[in-house]
Design a protein around this ligand. Sequence first.
Ligand SMILES: [Fe+2]
Length: 206
Amino acid sequence: MAVATLEKSQTSLETPQKGQQQVAPHWHAQAKEIQKYGTCIADMPHRLPVDVREKMVARLNQLLADSIQIRDMYKKHHWQVSGPTFYQLHLLFDKHFEEQVELVDTIAERIQILGGVSIAMGGDVAEIAQVKSPPRGREEVPVQISRLLEAHKIIMQDCHDIAEEADKLGDDGTNDMVISDILRPNELQSWFINQHLVEMPLILDK
Ligand SMILES: [Fe+2]
């Protein structure tokens, strides 16, 4: 893998000129990327061949993009929720957001562990995500929840598919991570969210 080199003007090893501040940080560094998105480092200490890792990285980047989308959707809904269930949903949406932050980190680090490059920035994520961004404006609670359930459904299906492929290809680490760390929390979150769409009158007719 090529190592990035700083431009000559950005190196800090030159002797400062008279009157020049020695403590000024050289922060305009620009250089070539050290690893392109979509590539995988060939020589890694674990036994998985590079073609297997490339396949898993591609699948995991899809899962990562969709997880970043649902993470951000939870925060949007946390801010914009309204109505009689405001307080509990405001808190629940933020709890799920915090949990998705952890899930996103787990997936991204698995990609790096496999020698790949994890997708990260919102614009790039939106381009490849299956979970589509909601409109910018506020929406009613049932619409917010329906969007979240759709997103969970996509993510959980991805988890099953990735786990199956990882199992076939011998990537035990990805198989274990996807089932234990990603699928199960998504199942739990979707259950909590789903129950808000059950029509349950406060007083049942006799
Ligand atoms: Fe908040």
